[in-house]
Design a protein around this ligand. Sequence first.
Ligand SMILES: [Zn+2]
Length: 167
Amino acid sequence: MHEKILSQAEKLEGLMIDTLTRLCKIPAISPHNGGTGEDAKIAELEKIIHELGLDEKAKIKIEYVDDEKALNKKRPSLFLEYPGKKSRRLCILTHVDIVPEGDRNFWTLDPFQPEVRGSRLYGRGVSDNGTGLVSSLFALKALLNAGVEPEYTVNLAFVADEEMGSR
Ligand SMILES: [Zn+2]
């Protein structure tokens, strides 16, 4: 079974890179750090979850926390719950916000137009926390593609406001 899941994960490699690139093109910088927040990125993530077919069985919920400085005076976090054989939960939390790109002179590319160079993807937010976010999503997708019903209920949390205080 282990092999089967891994081979499904390998088949998803291209789509994982595309998904990470797509998400990192949306700068989800905190309104407390000069940005516009997570709204656009959460909306794109919801679209991706739908395209992956994960919302057929999963419950998707967007929760908001008030924030005076935010566009709509609130910050969104997305929660996905995929039913497992047991009600016991496996929870994976990642954050969608990123830190600003800093001085562009230190970049050799547009930080919001990620590029694959060699075997790595470069761009702002790719590592913190994009890789973790996309990994959690595609770990679930690989399980399902392998025909495995998760043993535990899977809860994926994609949250706002990690970089500036986690209110
Ligand atoms: Zn972080």
